[in-house]
Design a protein around this ligand. Sequence first.
Ligand code: ATP
Length: 827
Amino acid sequence: MAEASTRKAKRKNRTLKTQDLELDRFDSLPWNSSLPQPTENDDNSFSLFTGSNELEGGFLSLEEIDEAEYGLDIPDPENHDRKHNSKQDKKLNNQKQDGACSDGETVKDESTKSKVKKKKKKKSKDAKENQKVQHSNTGAAADVKDTAGEENIDENEYYAWNELRLHPLLMKAIHKLGFKEPTPIQKACIPAAAHQGKDVIGAAETGSGKTLAFGLPIFQRLLEERDKAANMDSEKGEEAEKVSPTGLLRSLIIAPTRELALQVKDHLEKVAKHINVKVTAIVGGILPEKQQRLLKARSEIVVATPGRLWELMSSGEKHLVELHSLSFFVLDEADRMVQNGHFKELQSIIDMLPMSNIPGEDNSQDAQNCVTVSSFQRKKRQTLVFSATVALSADFRKKLKRGSMQKKQPSTDSLDSIENLSERAGMRPNAAIIDLTNPSILAAKIEESFIECTEDNKDAHLYYILTVHGQGRTIVFCTSIAALRHISSILRILGTNVWTLHAQMQQRARLKAMDRFRENDNGILVATDVAARGLDIPGVRTVVHYQLPHSAEVYVHRSGRTARASAEGCSIALISPKDTSKFASLCKSFSKDSFQRFPLKNSYMPEVLKRLSLARQIDKITRKDSQEKAEKSWFDRNACSVDLVTENYDSEEEQVNKCRQKKASSKQLKKLQTELSMLISRPLQSKTFSHRYLAGAGVTPLLQEQLQQLTRQKLSDRQGAVFGKKGKLVVIGQDCVDALHALRSAGEEVRMDIKDSTRQKNTVNSKRKRKVEKTRNFVVIAYLFLPYYLFIYLFLPAVGNSLYVFSGLRDQRKKQKRKQNQEDEEE
Ligand SMILES: Nc1ncnc2c1ncn2[C@@H]1O[C@H](COP(=O)(O)OP(=O)(O)OP(=O)(O)O)[C@@H](O)[C@H]1O
């Protein structure tokens, strides 16, 4: 017995020794801290991570952070592979494991595994303590305890995220969002921006998740710094604030429109709330005082439109001008920023950024200017530039490759290209260019189509699309506000749920319209290009281009409001004869020679046109009426402001006439409205639809099925079967198929003969040229012959006249002479 116990003790000792050796081996392995330690003479200005390979070091790998600590089971790649192996493989593995019992090495492996487990447990314990310290010290660490073990996550589903080595808290947030795998742009950007600390120029199709592609690296870095700070804090105490400064602006994201900025903020907030990071949006149209109040929360991330941001910056808003701790400068929809020289403010904002990125540049001035900020903070700003339609010149790409980026230019330079913008924002050499756009730059899942019609018939076709194929949300894009007002008014009269969005609207109304549109599953938004970029509204099934945009980029962004993330959708362009050449050049820029013609059932058109004609008449009367009212109120207001007493100078007869006209028009209006509401009250039926006999083209398979069901059930319910007074069947159903399905089932591929249309365009142009030339020649000839004409018209008549006068005088003289002679003879 005693012998057995000594043997047991010896075995135990041996095991412990091996364990210690293993632990020592682990301890001797190099461990990369999340962030490099700042050194005094560290002048590699922007490299966050040291090491020959940019991929190595600098991030907390999943092994280093104990995922269990964050209430999260992150799948182990090996595990995943094993789970995905075939049954045969599993058997083989089992056999191997069985056989391995006798194999010394495998035993060692097993024991190593158990030691690693123990080591992990130990680490987990340490990390827990660490976490507590971090929590109590910074007060900002996320509360990770509450959710520990409460989620039931299928590890395999989220495996793809694992490869991106994101912070466990971020992984948890991603699980909560339900994003099973990263999108391609996220896969490409996260390693470059989050782990290699690179600047990034990213381009990917619309709806491909670019917001998180720049958002996740920001969060990753903030979390890494926070962890690092907690570690340092426990070790040294005073250093932590330098590594992870609290209450300072760490990331500035600029978006071109207010809606987009608010949306980006909402999107980031969905992740940020799980990791205790604050995000604030600064946009125009809201009281600056209110935003100043918001900024008092000292958020780490600010998403802003350039105008309001600059307004607050130039007024010296403290949180926005303390930029030396800024780690990320992001430009979303960057190509929009450089269009039409729109954003002068952007230049000023960029000029405010501390420039510490340029290699070899002496940053001592900056250092002197910000004595309170450690060199560590000054060195790490990353510039991220994103859009779905970034076009970079080959020259710029070469420049980035060569690392010969320019120094910051004086403020007189304009930001007319992404190149200038990036250079000026301090984009570092060797920035990663991630261009995942396809040659056509159109998102792959959007079905593009068109309808040829006259300018006058656009309304009818639009109404047809919305009524017959109006399932899901639809966005109708116009180029001009006048067109937007016209169609939204007509559509409202026609009883459709329409909201509008354009730049002249008050911000509150804009937001309200967006909210209402989001709430309604079949809502219709009529918008100008202010809604073309970035807006992410789920369930948008169709985009209609009522008027074609001025550029191919805008077309791409407009169409990109549908088919976002994993959804599908279709875009329909209404092409009138005057749009043909524009459309052809659009097709050319998308390298597409064929577009689908959207299928139309012309049998619906008579009914559509009938309703439309009534709606137009109603619109005309109401418009006239409201115009008169507006004019009157304008006149009264102005008269009142100058204390003028207004009197009616109309005669009694005129007043009676006016009154009569008003009455007649309101009577007419009522009549039209009743007629229209009667038409609208029944579903739009094709002309071939028989109200008495359900046969012909009006009976779709869907309708047939409905009818069969009704017959089977012998439905006596009048509401369901809607029988007329005489028991005559009036309306049962309508063949409503959404636009995408209609297009797929019947769309006709039409080759856009670009050459032909270019030829046509050229012929038209040459005809016009010839005409102009002819006119010019005529003018030249006329000019040349002017003296002759003058001669003919002025001089000749004068000569003629004088000849006439002269001859008259001669005759007179002759007559006089003859008279005298006669008189003389008589004498
Ligand atoms: N990994 C993911 N898996 C699934 N859905 C995702 C993922 N990442 C983002 N999304 C969703 O995809 C949608 C589009 O994302 P986002 O708005 O970032 O696209 P975008 O590329 O910026 O589009 P745009 O170019 O039009 O601005 C959003 O609803 C977002 O929640």
